[in-house]
Write a protein that binds this ligand. Sequence first.
Ligand SMILES: [Zn+2]
Ligand SMILES: [Zn+2]
Ligand SMILES: [Zn+2]
Ligand SMILES: [Zn+2]
Ligand SMILES: [Zn+2]
Length: 219
Amino acid sequence: MVRAILPICCTTLVIALSQVASAADDCTCARARTAHAWCSACKVGYVAGVRVESEELFDAIHPHGHEVFIERTRCASCREAIKSNGFCTACHVGYLNEQAYFSRLAYILAQGETVDADDVTCPTCRQAQASTGWCATCAVGWFGNVRYRDREKFAEASCQHAVMMAALKAAPRCEFCAAAIITDERCYKCRIAYQNGKPVGSHRVLNSTPATHATRNGS
Ligand SMILES: [Zn+2]
Ligand SMILES: [Zn+2]
Ligand SMILES: [Zn+2]
Ligand SMILES: [Zn+2]
Ligand SMILES: [Zn+2]
């Protein structure tokens, strides 16, 4: 298996070895960065261009939609959400254009526009892309490589950015906690419940505080 420390060497190696490597081992990092996908050759996923090394966490984020059939949906709140492109808080599923998204993070990312980082020339935008931020000049907000023109949507996205940063921070300690942070659930191993990226209903002190928001330019 081709395994590389840097995605750049990984790509180069795979190009060199593409004749011999099996399909499963082909590095897809370059495409995965803008497709919110997992590269099975490198065992790394990308969400809004951000590297996610825990497969458990990546699966919890589940950054793609699934086709949905309203007639097969039993939850009344989900049926309503399908019609209004809304989010069912009971099932923790968001709907957009008849696709279901299994985390709030995936749902908000689907509402933005994924942009190849190399296509962005504005320096403020480039800086915002490194984490999250609003560029007043271009009137757009960024969550990694995902762009928002709507300020309200961007505000939601930047809340989810903080949740994702908290999950990334928790992952080396416990992958299940990281997943639970994303889905507002309870880690069965550590018995810590999470909501909005923070532990709730537990007096246990964690040494992982959710990441603070990056400076929002122009706000
Ligand atoms: Zn790769
Ligand atoms: Zn899926
Ligand atoms: Zn529901
Ligand atoms: Zn800009
Ligand atoms: Zn845990």
